[in-house]
Design a binder for this molecule. Structure first.
Ligand code: SF4
Ligand code: SF4
Length: 340
């Protein structure tokens, strides 16, 4: 649309200033055909490492070619929004991104404000948060937000890894950034800490083994081989982030909507009705899980960390008409009894 380099640079600076005002910590611009680790992505899909996340395998060529999504696109704007906050101390850990309100709408609304500016420059735009047809992590790296690290997340040298990524495909021409140098070096902390060995090699993550997948996306019974390793992770897992030295200086998010909600003890939640669950989790990423899988996860955590005081609640759950809940409750009871 506009090829004058001075105008394009001025637009980018204006957009970046607006992004920062909207609460984003970082913004960069990736080429419309960025390096997307094509061979790895296709092999990852071919081996079924995306597990039940069927949408990942739908039309991979489209994912690998953003111009199939928007033929007019000339670049991709990538924004990172800090969501870090210390985890509250309680039984059953919830991944930091899910402690407060769901981020999708909040980030999308802010990307749409950037789109309004782009429209003023005659831009045709498509904003995406997580659910779109874009490979956010390699695009985020190509936009200079950071490097795609050994635990596969983008590391920003100043902000670390606790960043929600939002993308805008746009027809406006903007100066491109470039991926910073990989600074993982010889570190292997994320690989070493992973309780389920889901990081099968540096830069490779098998979703089928990842606690974030098993406790959030996975629909049915949690495979026995992973239950003990899940430990006290009730919803998601941050272990490979928490251990990363680049996250040492993460600052708490200033977004009040992400403030951690409080939840009752696991025992009490095991007796929840659907209404209780919906009331307590409304507007959070946890709501999408629905009650049966929430109770499934509670049983796993109690099986790993509970004691005799938890047995009455587990025995009630063992009589649940949902066979998945009942089976996980039986497993937990057995685990607690085995520990004596
Ligand atoms: S989120 Fe947890 S289970 Fe998944 S790769 Fe990281 S440490 Fe492993
Ligand atoms: S823990 Fe180490 S290897 Fe893993 S992402 Fe961080 S710096 Fe890279």
């Amino acid at each position: 649309m506009e090829s004058d380099p001075t105008v394009a640079e001025a637009r980018k600076q204006a957009l970046r200033a607006q992004a920062l005002e909207l609460g984003f910590s970082v913004m960069g611009v990736a080429p419309v055909q960025p390096e997307l680790r094509r061979a790895y992505f296709l092999q990852w899909l071919a081996e079924g490492q995306h597990a039940e996340m069927a949408w990942m395998a739908r039309d991979p060529e489209r994912r690998l070619d953003p111009q199939q999504v928007l033929p007019e696109a000339r670049c991709i704007i990538a924004c990172g929004f800090n969501y870090y906050q210390p985890e509250p101390r309680r039984r059953g850990r919830i991944a930091k991104y899910a402690l407060g309100k769901d981020y999708h709408n909040l980030i999308l609304k802010r990307l749409k404000q950037l789109c309004t500016t782009l429209r003023g420059w005659d831009g045709i735009n498509r904003p995406y948060v997580d659910t779109g047809p874009l490979l956010e992590k390699p695009i985020g790296a190509a936009a200079g937000l950071g490097w795609q690290s050994k635990n596969t997340l983008v590391i920003n040298p100043q902000q670390g890894q606790y960043l929600f990524l939002g993308m805008i495909l746009t027809s406006v021409e903007l100066p491109e950034d470039s991926a910073p140098r990989d600074r993982c070096g010889s570190c292997t902390r994320c690989i070493d800490i992973c309780p389920t060995q889901a990081i099968t090699a540096p830069y490779q993550l098998d979703a089928r083994r990842c606690i974030a997948y098993l406790t959030i996306e996975h629909q049915g019974s949690i495979p026995l081989e992973f239950r003990r390793a899940i430990g006290d992770h009730l919803f998601g897992c941050d272990e490979c982030l928490d251990v990363c030295p680049w996250n040492r200086w993460a600052q708490a998010t200033r977004e009040e909507k992400f403030a951690a909600r409080t939840y009752p003890d696991l025992r009490e939640m095991l007796d929840w009705t659907h209404d209780d669950f919906h009331a307590a989790t409304a507007g959070t990423p946890i709501r999408r899980l629905k009650l049966p899988r929430w109770k499934r996860n509670i049983c796993v955590v109690l099986g790993n960390t509970g004691d005799a005081h938890d047995l009455p609640a587990l025995e009630r759950a063992a009589a649940d008409p949902d066979p998945m809940i009942a089976e996980h409750a039986h497993w937990a009871i057995q685990e607690i009894r085995n520990r004596g």
